[in-house]
Design a protein around this ligand. Structure first.
Ligand code: SF4
Ligand code: SF4
Length: 88
């Protein structure tokens, strides 16, 4: 269930710490499937997905691992996977 307080807390955490360290999962974009439609750019609350020319890419710095991009990709080109740098 969507929890605004939880999301706000994640925003605060992302703004003042190293998200690569504390984020347990992160999105993986399958560029073999992605059509570069841009829907995930609009959906990302942290503005960490951007167009690199005509190609859409995820910039992991600042990504909170919320999964909203994956939910909003209609062709399921984004999957959430364990974050390789997670330190708990
Ligand atoms: S929403 Fe899906 S298909 Fe569209 S740019 Fe993002 S990953 Fe690619
Ligand atoms: S998981 Fe996706 S929507 Fe959430 S912050 Fe990271 S790139 Fe943005």
């Amino acid at each position: 269930m969507f929890n605004p307080e939880r999301i706000r807390a994640l925003f605060d955490r992302a703004s003042d710490s190293d998200s690569e360290r504390w984020r347990s999962v992160r999105p993986n974009m399958d560029k073999g499937r992605c059509t570069d439609c841009g829907a995930c750019i609009e959906a990302c609350p942290m503005a960490t997905i951007a167009a690199d020319g005509a190609v859409i890419r995820i910039h992991y710095e600042g990504c909170i691992g919320c999964g909203i991009c994956a939910v909003n990709c209609r062709i399921h080109a984004i999957t959430m996977e364990p974050s390789p740098d997670w330190r708990h």
